[in-house]
Design a protein around this ligand. Structure first.
Ligand code: SIN
Length: 284
């Protein structure tokens, strides 16, 4: 029997009693989907998944987006799981990093929000975890929006913001980009600051990433000041829940309604995670 056990925080729930390595029944998928819409982030413990099984589970929610590390390099396409499974790891084998983000802190972000049509969801599966550190925190953008005062909610209702594509979440410059010196010229998609979730119909903050963000049409100091207010709200502890990883955990989150960040960890320890990205639609 599948069981949904909410955390005592603003988001997140455990889903117990389900084996994700085999196809989900329509009933179990319906239960999981409803729980996901309600709790924004779901954790499935004690799973044992191949990449194909991780992709099959993820495809229940929609077609997959390509691994961002391959998306811009068509010639590197292998036509296999490496096209869709993004390895996030600090492990180096034969002098070559097997994945991205190293052992560094990843700042609050929504995956690939620098794209005009960002993925609606990500599923992150833990194959190896360090003995300490590397926790991933999530923040609920519904409750962050709802907790803003009415004047601020009205002020931001029709504003848009650029989501920087030049830096990854650990602050490394992506290949082909130059360092941004003036956020008014930041490259990346421009999205509404407040989006309407296409399934729940609820409004939520959609901030993407703080560095190099700029609210279209405002003077730079005004943009910075407003972004600081919104980010203080978005990262406030009352909206967050932190996942401490165990091998076999799979965490599924809704990029439309949650931000996430990751703690750094000892670079001599090993952490290997495989992530899928589930395609979304243009934020509105
Ligand atoms: C990510 O931003 O998707 C990575 C999170 C993590 O490594 O825990």
């Amino acid at each position: 029997m599948i069981e949904i056990i909410p955390t005592d925080s603003a988001l997140g729930a455990d889903v117990a009693g389900v084996d994700l390595s085999v196809p989900l029944s329509a009933h179990n998928f319906g239960t999981i989907y409803q729980a996901w819409m309600r709790h924004v982030v779901l954790r499935f413990r004690d799973q044992s998944l191949t990449d194909d099984q991780l992709m099959d589970f993820s495809r229940n929610f929609g077609p997959l987006d390509r691994n961002p590390r391959h998306a811009k390099a068509e010639h590197r396409s292998m036509g296999d799981s490496s096209d869709y499974v993004n390895v996030i790891s600090n492990v180096v084998e034969n002098g070559r990093a097997i994945g991205g983000l190293g052992h560094y802190e990843a700042k609050w972000h929504s995956d690939m929000s620098y794209n005009p049509v960002p993925p609606m969801a990500s599923a992150l599966y833990a194959l190896e975890v360090p003995p300490a550190g590397g926790d991933t925190s999530f923040s609920n953008m519904y409750s962050a929006f709802e907790a803003l005062d009415e004047e601020t909610r009205e002020r931001i209702a029709n504003l848009t913001c650029v989501h920087d594509s030049s830096l990854n979440s650990v602050g490394q410059l992506r290949v082909g980009f130059e360092e941004v010196t003036d956020p008014r010229h930041t490259p990346g998609a421009v999205h509404p600051l407040v989006r309407t979730h296409p399934v729940t119909g609820r409004r939520c903050l959609f901030l993407g990433r703080r560095r190099n963000a700029y609210i279209s049409g405002l003077d730079l100091p005004d943009s910075e000041a407003l972004l600081d207010v919104l980010w203080a709200q978005a990262a406030a502890p009352e909206h967050t829940w932190t996942q401490q990883w165990r091998v076999g955990d799979l965490v599924l989150w809704d990029n439309r309604a949650a931000l996430h960040r990751r703690d750094d960890f000892d670079g001599t320890a090993r952490r290997i995670m495989h992530r899928t990205q589930i395609g979304g639609d243009r934020p509105f």
